[in-house]
Design a protein around this ligand. Structure first.
Ligand SMILES: [Zn+2]
Length: 520
């Protein structure tokens, strides 16, 4: 249904001044174009003053009043935001309901509302004793019908969200002496929001340990918006879901505090660096919070393989706004982006990968890292060259497929033949299992990497030059001793066709036992 005039959202800019002088500007759809009388040069200081009127829309998607669950105000994208200018120049993308890329800054925000409202926001409340509403142990009394001004300060963030509702319950749980989690929710008849709190505490503890310390002192999990959306120091999530789904969305949005809110990559150009990295870490954290016998990444790989088969795949270098289909965008960014990391742990080894993820956070937090910045960190911690990996996995829709077979014996030594059927070359882990229960790992390095990973005890073979379609080597036992030969048993490599990754092929193995005849 079409929205009425008093239901649509708008922001109308009334005036803009640079250093006190009015400047000329005009609005082009969602972008305000400004002719600067004084250029903004590196190291110079300028003050911009803007007056704008806005109407809060009835909520359709992320922002607005009266969301489907009855939260009065979910206030995202509620103010005109500066476009980012970086080493590539301006990124003034019209907003078409997809991604953002923002400017770091200190936010100082005052919100005046009827005193009955509870406000949740990015930033620290400046006078909790005066406000009360769960922010201080002491209750504050407010005259019915009076107005209250809330003052928040958020240091070094690139956006500011807030939400308000008179019926919010506001709980606080401590992660440690330097971090408080705040929960704002309306009804909790199932008790999910109370149970969520210890999961959230554990999520932040695990993330701090694995990916680097969350540096702010506060994070708020707020019922509001639609679905789940990440913002600095806060998230808006809907509530009508099972405990498992509530924990999962909380983990996803909280993990964005690392990937995008602190490692502020350009979401439009490199959505996989925030959605993919977040999806990867979410699967790792969920496996710890709610253990299951399934490999936590198995669904991610399945989604990617389905997209490839659909023929809709587009390379990850595609700008988020330019994908032909939503499906190609979301599976590329979320699934192929997550696989980028899990597969990287296969390529450089888990230990170097873990060190690299922490170093990436520590060197790039509060900045705008790009794919090359990430790649360089991983090259430094592993000592391996990774150009080829980004060029292929990010820059193209080429795919990986290897097959393995045993081609008889050479002087009593089984000859293993591997064929490269796919178009992306990879280093290979190969496990040979013998009928007596013994096993031997082999590792075939890829020439393009200029080195070998250190992950486990394996016989290191000579490099596979990436242009060769086949590679053969012998093991020190005859083929009759072999129970199986398997490529990458960890399944971190996103091989498209797994049916030929194991010798004998699973179907052959399942065949009925053969009755061996003998002379009577
Ligand atoms: Zn996300």
């Amino acid at each position: 249904a079409a929205l009425k005039l008093d239901e649509i959202g708008y922001q109308k800019v009334r005036s803009l001044r640079q250093n006190g002088k009015p400047v000329r500007y005009h609005v082009e759809d969602t972008i305000l174009e400004v002719d600067l009388p004084t250029p903004v040069l590196p190291g110079s200081r300028h003050v911009f003053d803007m007056e704008f009127d806005a109407q809060v829309p009835l909520q359709i998607r992320r922002t607005g009043r009266m969301n489907k669950e009855g939260i009065d105000y979910s206030m995202a994208q509620w103010y005109p935001k500066m476009s980012e200018y970086d080493y590539e120049g301006w990124h003034a993308n019209p907003y078409i309901a997809r991604e953002f890329y923002g400017v770091w800054g200190d936010y100082d925000v005052k919100i005046t509302l009827d005193a009955s409202y509870v406000v949740a926001a990015t930033g620290y409340l400046q006078d909790p004793e005066k406000i009360g509403h769960g922010y201080s142990p002491k209750k504050a009394a407010h005259k019915p019908g009076s107005m209250l001004t809330w003052h928040f300060k958020a240091p070094n963030v690139h956006d500011f969200v807030w939400a308000a509702d008179p019926d919010y319950t506001h709980d606080i749980a401590k992660v440690d002496d330097n971090l408080e989690l705040h929960f704002f929710y309306q009804h909790d008849s199932l008790g999910n929001w109370k149970q969520l709190q210890s999961y959230a505490v554990d999520c932040f503890k695990l993330m701090n340990e694995k990916y680097g310390r969350y540096p702010y002192k506060q994070y708020s999990i707020i019922q509001g918006g639609d679905g789940g959306m990440e913002y600095p120091m806060a998230t808006l999530v809907t509530s009508g879901r099972s405990l498992g789904a509530l924990v999962s969305v909380m983990v996803h949005e909280s993990v964005h505090s690392w990937f995008q809110m602190l490692l502020g990559n350009n979401e439009s150009k490199y959505g996989w660096m925030d959605e993919g990295f977040t999806n990867y870490a979410q699967s790792e954290i969920m496996a710890k919070l709610m253990p299951s016998p399934l490999d936590p990444h198995v669904r991610t790989y399945a989604a990617y393989r389905d997209l490839v088969r659909s023929g809709l795949e587009e390379p990850l270098t595609t700008h988020a706004d330019h994908f032909e289909t939503n499906r190609a965008y979301s599976i590329a960014a979320y699934s192929k982006g997550a696989i980028f990391l899990h597969q990287l742990s296969y390529i450089i080894g888990k230990e170097a990968f873990d060190v690299g993820m922490k170093r990436y956070f520590n060197e790039w937090k509060y900045k705008h890292p790009n794919p090359n910045d990430f790649k360089r960190i991983m090259e430094k911690v592993s000592g391996l060259e990774l150009d080829w990996y980004l060029e292929n996995w990010i820059g193209t829709t080429k795919t990986i497929d290897y097959g393995v077979g045993v081609a008889g014996d050479d002087n009593g030594r089984a000859r293993i033949v591997i064929s490269k059927k796919g178009t992306i070359p990879m280093p290979l882990d190969i496990r040979v299992t013998y009928k007596d229960g013994g096993e031997q790992w082999y590792y075939i390095p890829l020439d393009l990497m200029r080195g070998e990973k250190k992950e486990r005890d394996a016989i290191v073979l000579s490099d596979w030059g990436w242009t060769y379609p086949e590679y053969a080597f012998t093991v020190n036992r005859p083929s009759g001793d072999i129970r199986s030969v398997e490529i990458d048993p960890s399944r971190r490599m996103a091989d498209l066709d797994l049916s030929n990754n194991r010798y004998p092929a699973p179907a052959q193995e399942k065949a009925l036992p053969v009755l061996e005849g003998a002379e009577k």
